[in-house]
Design a protein around this ligand. Structure first.
Ligand code: ADP
Length: 171
C-alpha cells in the first residue's frame, strides 16, 4: 500500500473513495463535512438521511458509505471522529477506529485508492501531532491486498508539516 501526502482540498481529489470527518447526526456540518456536501451536491445528504432512518446516528469511530454526488470520487465514507476532551487513551482508540473502520469498509467496496482528511483536528480539537501519529500508524499496520494507495489530504500548514515529518518526507 502506497502512502502519499497532498496539501489541499479533499473534494478535488480523484480517488475511488474520500473520507468525510462527519458528525454523528450524518446531516452535515462545518469544516470538511460542509465542503464535501457543498461540492458534492444534495445526493450525498439524501443517502445520509436514508442511512439515519435505517440505523439511527453513526457512533463515534464507526463508518458508513454513500455515493459521492458530483465529486470525482465514487464513494464518500463518513466516519465520526471523537471530540477531544483530554481522555487520551479513550479518544485515541476511537480515532484509530475511524481509520480502521473506514479502511475495512473501503476494502469491502473494492476501493483501490482512498483519501483521508485529518479527522478530529478541526472543530473537534484533537491535538494534531497525536492525531497524525494515530492516523499514520493505523494506515501502516493495515495490510491490504485490495487498497493500493492511501492519500492523507492536509488542509492546513500545521498538519502538512506534521505529516511530512511522520511520513519522513523532506519538509
Ligand atoms: P472535525 O470535526 O473532525 O474536527 P473539521 O472538518 O472541523 O472536522 O476538521 C478536520 C480537518 O479537516 C481539519 O484539519 C481541517 O483543516 C480539515 N479541512 C477542512 N476543510 C477541508 C477540505 N475542504 N479538504 C480537506 N480537509 C479539510
Amino acid at each position: 500500500m502506497k502512502i502519499e501526502l497532498i496539501k489541499g482540498d479533499i473534494t478535488k481529489i480523484h480517488v475511488d473513495a474520500i473520507v468525510n470527518a462527519a458528525n454523528s447526526s450524518l446531516l452535515g456540518g462545518g469544516g470538511v463535512d460542509g465542503a464535501i456536501h457543498r461540492a458534492g451536491g444534495p445526493q450525498i445528504l439524501e443517502e445520509c438521511r436514508m442511512i439515519r432512518n435505517r440505523q439511527g446516528k453513526c457512533k463515534t469511530g464507526e463508518a458508513v458509505v454513500t455515493n459521492a454526488g458530483n465529486l470525482p470520487a465514487k464513494y464518500v465514507i463518513h466516519t465520526v471522529g471523537p471530540v477531544w476532551n483530554g481522555n487520551e487513551e479513550k479518544e485515541s482508540k476511537l480515532l484509530a477506529n475511524c481509520y480502521y473502520n473506514s479502511l475495512k469498509l473501503a476494502e469491502s467496496l473494492g476501493v483501490k485508492t482512498i483519501a483521508f482528511p485529518n479527522i478530529s483536528t478541526g472543530v473537534y480539537r484533537f491535538p494534531k501531532e497525536l492525531a497524525g501519529k494515530i492516523a499514520v500508524d493505523e494506515v501502516i499496520k493495515f495490510h491490504s491486498d485490495i487498497i493500493e494507495k492511501v492519500i492523507f489530504v492536509c488542509f492546513d500548514d500545521e498538519n502538512e508539516l506534521i505529516y511530512k515529518k511522520l511520513l519522513d518526507l523532506n519538509p
